[in-house]
Design a protein around this ligand. Structure first.
Ligand code: NAP
Length: 594
C-alpha cells in the first residue's frame, strides 16, 4: 500500500480510541473466585492416582513440569545434580500443553526454535508450527531423555516452602502429605496456569455443559468431536485460543455461535511440513543461532539475515528494524504508526476477501494497533464464518449480557446452547503468592508475600534476598524480559540458574542476593517497559486486554518493571555477570555439613 492509499491516520486514531473507550466502559476485570468453582479447574485428562507420600531429600525441586521445568531439570542434570524432583498439579509433564488440549491447539512460534533440546534428542518436528499433541508428546520425550520421571510427583500441589537455616535446605510440603527437603528450589510456574472464568452474571446457572478451553471435556465432545454432531455449541472468547477452536468445532457441531467482544488480528499461517533432509543437514548449534536471530528481530535488533522468516519476523523487522533508524524519534514514531496502519489495513482487507457476509466481515475486523493483543495466524478461522452452521454474535465491545439456564444473552436475545466453551484466557494479575498457590518462608521465617507486599524485589529477576538457593522465572514485570518465543526466555533463565548452582556446588556455599545489590538492580530498571509492546503511550492507546491490565496500563507499584533493554541485551547482561565468575551481589554462606 502506498502512502497515498493509506487511510487518514487521524481517522484511524479516532476510530481506535472510540473502540477502546467502548470496551473500557464495561466491567471487564471481574472473574469468578477459582476456589469456589473448583470443579471447573479439575483435571479431566488423568485419573487420580493414590500414592505414598514422599519423605526424602532431593538435590533440587523444580516446581512446574512445563517446558520451563523440563529445561530446568535438563540443565540441572547437565551440571551433575542427581536427585531432581519435578512437582506439578497436572497428571504428566507439558504445562500449558498438558492442559490446553482444545481441538486445533497449535503453537504460533516455529517449532524448530520453540521445542527445546532438538539437537540432543534428535527429534525432527513434523511441521513448521506444531500442534498441541506433538508438543505434549515431545515434552514426555524430554522427561524420559533427561530421566526426570523417576522422582516426579504429579497431581501434587506444593503447599509450603520453608528455609531450614540449620540444615541449609528447603523443607517442602504438598497437598498429598509429602514432606521432603531440597537443597535448591527452582520455581517454573507459567504465566498461563490459572484459567480465567469471567464473572458473567448468571454463569453459574447454566444447565448445559460448560468448560474452559484449558479443560476441554473430550468425554462430552468425543475425541474426534463426533458427539457434537447434534449439539449447539457456544464459544466465548476470540483471543489466540478462541481463534484456533472455531474451525474444528465448526466442522463437527450442528451449530456454532461465536460470541465476540473484540476481534483478533488474524493473519496467514502458511504452515508447512518439515523438510527432513534440510533439517538434519544443518550444522551443530544452528537451532540456538536461529532462536537468537528470531529474538533479536522481534526486539528490533539488526541482523544480517531473517532465518525464521514468518509473520512475526517480517512485521517486527519492518516496524522495529533499521528502516526508520535515521530519523528523529517523533518522525520514527509516526512512520511506525503509518506502517502499523498499513499492516492492520492488510489484516482487515483479508477479512473482506474471505468472509462473504458483509456484516460478519465488518464485525470481524480489529480496530487497534497490531501489537495491542497477541496476534493470531490462522488459515481456517475466517473461512469457518462462511459455513451455514456458524454465526458470529458480535457484542460490539460490550461482552455478553448474561448467561441463563439455557444459554447466552446478547443485546437482549437469548441463544440456546447445549454446550458452552469458555476461552476467556488466564488470570495474570493475581499477586505472586496467590498465583503460585502457596507462600514461601525464607531466612528468619520471613514470608515472600510480606517481603513483596509493595512489589517484587529481585536480583536479575531470578533470585531474591533472604530466600537462599531459590531461583525463579516469573512472568512480565518481575524485572526480566519476555518475548514472542517464551521458550527462549525460559532457556536463558535456566542456563543462568544452572551456572549459579554449579558454582555454589563447587564452592560448597549457599547463596542469596545481598539486599543492597537487589535494590540497586531494581532501581536501575524501574520504569522499564515491555520492549515488544513499546512505550506507555502505546499501551495507553491500546484496546484493553491482558497486555495492558485490561486498560489500566499501570501496575500498583513502580517496583513492577521490566528490564529496559531488549531480551538479548538482558541475556547478555546475565552472561556477562556469570562470566565474571564472582557471583557478585550474592551473599555466600558455607553449606552446613549434614
Ligand atoms: P486472551 O488472549 O486473554 O483472550 C480472552 C478472550 O476472551 C478475548 O477474546 C476476550 O475479549 C474474551 N473475554 C474475556 N472475558 C470476556 C467476557 N466477560 N465476555 C466476553 N468475552 C470475554 O486468552 P487466550 O485466547 O486464551 O490467550 C492467552 C494467551 O495464551 C495468548 O495471548 C498467547 O500468549 C497464549 N496462546 C498462544 C497460542 C499459540 O501459541 N497459538 C494459542 C493460544 C493461547 P477481549 O479481547 O474483549 O478482552
Amino acid at each position: 500500500m502506498t502512502a497515498a492509499e493509506l487511510p487518514d491516520l487521524e481517522r484511524a486514531r479516532a476510530r481506535y480510541a472510540a473502540e477502546r473507550r467502548k470496551r473500557l466502559d464495561v466491567n471487564r476485570g471481574a472473574i469468578l473466585d477459582r476456589h469456589q468453582f473448583q470443579a471447573y479447574f479439575d483435571d479431566p485428562f488423568t485419573q487420580f492416582q493414590e500414592r505414598e507420600p514422599a519423605h526424602d531429600h532431593v538435590d533440587a525441586l523444580v516446581i512446574g513440569a512445563g517446558l520451563g521445568g523440563l529445561i530446568a531439570g535438563a540443565r540441572l542434570r547437565e551440571i551433575g545434580l542427581r536427585h531432581i524432583r519435578i512437582v506439578d498439579t497436572a497428571g504428566d509433564v507439558g504445562g500449558v500443553w498438558y492442559w490446553n488440549r482444545y481441538p486445533g491447539a497449535q503453537c504460533d512460534v516455529e517449532s524448530y526454535i520453540y521445542l527445546p533440546f532438538l539437537e540432543d534428542t534428535g527429534y525432527v518436528p513434523k511441521l513448521k508450527y506444531s500442534y498441541g499433541p506433538e508438543i505434549r508428546s515431545y515434552a514426555q520425550q524430554l522427561a524420559t531423555h533427561f530421566d526426570l520421571y523417576k522422582l516426579a510427583l504429579f497431581q501434587t500441589a506444593v503447599t509450603g516452602l520453608t528455609w531450614d537455616e540449620n540444615a541449609g535446605r528447603w523443607e517442602v510440603t504438598t497437598d498429598r502429605g509429602d514432606a521432603f527437603t531440597a537443597r535448591y528450589v527452582v520455581l517454573m510456574q507459567g504465566a498461563f496456569s490459572i484459567p480465567k472464568l469471567a464473572a458473567i452474571p448468571g454463569i453459574e446457572t447454566f444447565r448445559g455443559k460448560m468448560f474452559h478451553s484449558a479443560r476441554w471435556d473430550y468425554g462430552y465432545t468425543g475425541e474426534d468431536l463426533a458427539n457434537l454432531a447434534d449439539k449447539t455449541v457456544g464459544l466465548i472468547g476470540t483471543g489466540a485460543t478462541g481463534v484456533q477452536i472455531v474451525a474444528p468445532v465448526s466442522e463437527a457441531a450442528k451449530r456454532l455461535y461465536v460470541f465476540q467482544r473484540t476481534p483478533s488480528t488474524v493473519a496467514e499461517r502458511n504452515n508447512s511440513e518439515t523438510d527432513v533432509e534440510w533439517f538434519t543437514s544443518q550444522p551443530a548449534g544452528w537451532l540456538r543461532q536461529r532462536a537468537e536471530n528470531f529474538t533479536m528481530i522481534t526486539n528490533g535488533e539488526s541482523v544480517a539475515e531473517d532465518l525464521v522468516h514468518d509473520g512475526w519476523t517480517v512485521f517486527y523487522k519492518a516496524i522495529l528494524g533499521s528502516d526508520f533508524a535515521d530519523v528523529g524519534p517523533e518522525e520514527q514514531a509516526l512512520k511506525r504508526e503509518e506502517f502499523d496502519l498499513a499492516h492492520m489495513e492488510h489484516i482487515r482487507a483479508r477479512v473482506d476477501s474471505i468472509v462473504t457476509d458483509p456484516e460478519t466481515a465488518a464485525a470481524l475486523k480489529p480496530y487497534y494497533r497490531y501489537q495491542c493483543k497477541r496476534p493470531a495466524f490462522h488459515d481456517q478461522f475466517l473461512p469457518a464464518f462462511n459455513r451455514p452452521n456458524v454465526t458470529l454474535v458480535d457484542t460490539n465491545g460490550r461482552g455478553i449480557d448474561r448467561i441463563t439456564e439455557r444459554g447466552v444473552v446478547v443485546h437482549g436475545e437469548e441463544y440456546q446452547l447445549d454446550c458452552l466453551v469458555v476461552a476467556t484466557g488466564f488470570d495474570q494479575d493475581a499477586d505472586f503468592t496467590d498465583r503460585i498457590g502457596f507462600d514461601i518462608a525464607g531466612v528468619g521465617g520471613q514470608l515472600l508475600s510480606e517481603k513483596w507486599k509493595d512489589g517484587p524485589l529481585t536480583l536479575h529477576a531470578v533470585m531474591t534476598s533472604g530466600f537462599p538457593n531459590f531461583f525463579m522465572r516469573v512472568t512480565r514485570d518481575y524485572h526480566g524480559t519476555s518475548g514472542v518465543n517464551l521458550v527462549h526466555t525460559l532457556e536463558e533463565a535456566n542456563v543462568h540458574f544452572a551456572a549459579v548452582i554449579a558454582e555454589l556446588e563447587q564452592r560448597g556455599m549457599i547463596g542469596d542476593p545481598v539486599p543492597e545489590a537487589e535494590l540497586e538492580y531494581v532501581q536501575s530498571i524501574m520504569g522499564g517497559r515491555h520492549v515488544l509492546v513499546g512505550s506507555g503511550d502505546f499501551l495507553q492507546s491500546c484496546t484493553p486486554g491482558y497486555y495492558n491490565y485490561e486498560g489500566q496500563t499501570q501496575r500498583k507499584s513502580p517496583l513492577y518493571a521490566n528490564y529496559p533493554g531488549t531480551a538479548m541485551s538482558f541475556f547478555r547482561m546475565l552472561r556477562q555477570w556469570r562470566e565474571g565468575g564472582q557471583l557478585s551481589g550474592l551473599r555466600l554462606t558455607p553449606r552446613p555439613r549434614t
